[in-house]
Ligand binder design. Structure first.
Ligand code: KDG
Length: 345
């Protein structure tokens, strides 16, 4: 009898403890994302580190949202892939176990293939054209497509023009790509474009990249200067070239189930905050990118400028890949983007 009583008592105790702790988790497993005090909690993660303009932008988002909602929404921020890589965090949003992630568009194309339109090499000639096209009908239309994937695209942010680093040789022309083992983002178009340039590409999550460079699993990688500097890739890479082969946008994503659970007023606040913080992030990013070309050389990297003629050879080499992918991306989307790029120039 005593044993039965003890058993009933421990079951009741476990139930009581579970009820107490369940409401206090930053992001409840019941998908309601509410803290003990009833406020909503946004768990927001990125792959880059705490010094990167992307994280500073995320802190701005936190500041605006928490101030404007008067504490009804709190934002917990995580950098350096603490919650996972772009792809796994996007899946967590779909499952409702995380609320915000800001991935590059390249891995996002695994969810909505049309996003690969931004993976077309040498698509944007400069940042001003990128800004105009990203604010235009086609790019904004792509954001709405995310809803079919249980995701809400609130804004485009900026990763930036990607440049090549490696530890083998200074890359000045297409011939110098020959056989280089280059890590790419997890995106087929990137892989095939690097193959067309003569390299030997390997897709890999950003969270594994530094170790892969350090251990020589790959010879090189490509990212904007801010990332190359702030992630200290200069410690494990000797050469940087201004290939500027792709302009990478970020997309500020929110879990649709979380977004739908917000009041209309809260929805407007998070939308506006994602845009405003995005402007802040873009400004910091551009200042940083200019400054960091010099800092990389100060850290001992050789810097190689690609001549117009040599860049044109690279542009020509990737043309067949663009043709090959046009149908997969969506011919209409590709044509529309090229037209908008033309108009923006
Ligand atoms: O936070 C963003 C990063 O996770 C990632 O998108 C950075 O450009 C990137 C890369 O090379 O993976």
């Amino acid at each position: 009898m005593k044993k039965v009583f003890a058993l009933v008592l421990s079951v009741l105790l476990i139930g009581f403890l579970a009820a107490c702790s369940g409401g206090q988790s930053a992001s409840g497993t019941d998908g309601e994302d509410e803290s003990a005090s009833g406020e909503k909690v946004i768990k927001a993660g990125i792959g880059l580190n705490q010094d990167h303009p992307q994280y500073k932008g995320l802190l701005k988002f936190k500041e605006i949202v928490e101030e404007k909602t008067d504490g009804s929404i709190t934002v917990d921020t995580y950098h350096s892939g603490q919650l996972g890589d772009d792809r796994s965090m996007t899946e967590a949003l779909q499952l409702g176990t995380q609320e915000v992630v800001i991935p590059s568009t390249a891995p996002l194309a695994n969810f909505v293939p049309e996003f690969s339109v931004f993976d077309i090499p040498f698509l944007f000639p400069n940042e001003q054209v990128a800004d105009e096209v990203l604010a235009g009908d086609t790019a904004q239309g792509l954001l709405t497509k995310l809803e079919e994937q249980n995701l809400v695209g609130l804004a485009y942010w900026e990763n930036g023009f990607r440049d090549l680093t490696n530890s083998e040789r200074a890359v000045a022309s297409i011939d110098d790509f020959d056989g280089l083992k280059i890590r790419t983002m997890e995106n087929d178009l990137h892989l095939d474009a690097f193959k067309a340039l003569g390299a030997n590409p390997t897709p890999m999550a950003f969270t594994e990249l530094f170790t892969a460079l350090q251990q020589g699993t790959v010879d090189g990688q490509e990212n904007p200067y801010a990332t190359i500097y702030l992630e200290k890739f200069y410690e494990v890479q000797d050469h940087v070239s201004n290939t500027h082969h792709i302009y990478s946008p970020f997309v500020f994503l929110m879990s649709k189930s979380f977004f739908d659970g917000l009041s209309e007023e809260e929805q407007q606040i998070v939308k506006d905050a994602a845009l405003e913080a995005g402007e802040h992030q873009r400004k910091l990013n551009r200042e940083a990118n200019e400054e960091y070309v010099q800092s990389l050389q100060d850290e001992g990297m050789t810097y190689t400028e690609i001549s117009d003629e040599n860049r044109q050879e690279m542009v020509d080499a990737v043309q067949p890949v663009i043709e090959e992918y046009k149908e997969d991306i969506g011919a209409e989307t590709v044509d529309a983007i090229f037209e908008e790029v033309e108009q923006a120039q």
